[in-house]
Design a protein around this ligand. Sequence first.
Ligand code: NAD
Ligand code: GLY
Length: 365
Amino acid sequence: MKRLEVALPGRGYDILIERGLLAQAGERIRAVLPRAAKVAVVSDSTVAPLYGRSVLDSLARAGYEAALFTVPAGEGSKNAAQLSELWEGFMAFGLTRTDAVVALGGGVVGDLAGFAAATILRGVAFVQIPTTLLAQVDSSVGGKVAVDLKAGKNLAGAFYQPRLVLMDPDVLDTLPLPVFMAGMAEVVKYGCIWDEGFFDFLTARPSRQGSMADIEHILYTCCDIKRQVVIEDELDTGLRMILNFGHTLGHAYELAGHYVEWSHGEAVAAGMCAAAQLGVGLGVTPPDVPGRIARACAALGLPTHISCGLEDCSAAIGLDKKSAGSDITLILLDAIGHAVPCKMPRERLLAQVAALPGHGKESAT
Ligand code: NAD
Ligand code: GLY
């Protein structure tokens, strides 16, 4: 069993990583929530049939009364209507302030269930059991919980830390390949921003099979990095921004593809490659870095370049009528393994982006 502690004052918690951990969920939760009687398990329509029974049985063995709340799989469930249904469902189940909510699923379920837990009865204990690679290395750790609004993603939310994170690498075996590889883009990101040795370790394992052979080490390393970042900057006012490496242009690519053509992970992979090129142009990033990142992404089957019209780039950079003129912080690398936030006027960044191949006016989609 690998164990990491997210040592936040007064709300610290453990991340446990072990194959087969799902079947021990009840006893592990009992150890941190001895007084809880009821547990509301939130999952989605894909994950619940795969892993719901195992978690419910384990909770029952640990003496909990547990109920499963299933939402349709996909980002479309991360909204206020689904949140409201969960609130009503929790009340009908008789959840009290000493009880708990468990998120069993990917980042969608984690964000939605976490926000439901943060807000029902002014906050009940919350446990994350992430089942995608992205959720294991990123969204289940650090306490960002949210739903999407029509105006944009994650616009209604909170910082609400879980009481425990249980990671069972075996659940990754049932992930579709593109979902697994989308998580690998975030894994590569940790190597880029924090640990060159880890980056090299990943490039030596450029396949799903190779990554799964060392998955405990990969999960541990990513969560260890995220844990350190979150402990230093829980509320995302400084260091935590480095986790956005590749995400500024990644968001532009997602927008350009109407959130259908490119997954978040694919967009982030191409966004990291573009950010490295921008960094070279700005004199921050050594010239060999873009090629190294591109080779790492390409080896995993992730895109290294996505064409994007300037309009979508402007929207992602926030250079619209509401925010024109203010600065933006772009995350660049001054080496593989070290990220530096670079503040610059949005107009300057857009001019740099426009000079990237495939990002000019002629690329508008
Ligand atoms: P997701 O939760 O939609 O899961 C992707 C797909 O995989 C879904 O269809 C799901 O049903 C399926 N799935 C999940 N686990 C499975 C398994 N073990 N086997 C088979 N299928 C499985 O998407 P995601 O990529 O996990 O998360 C994306 C979400 O996470 C976005 O909403 C994003 O905003 C959010 N996010 C949050 C944070 C944070 O810090 N809170 C960080 C990054 C991303
Ligand atoms: N996924 C970015 C963060 O947790 O801050």
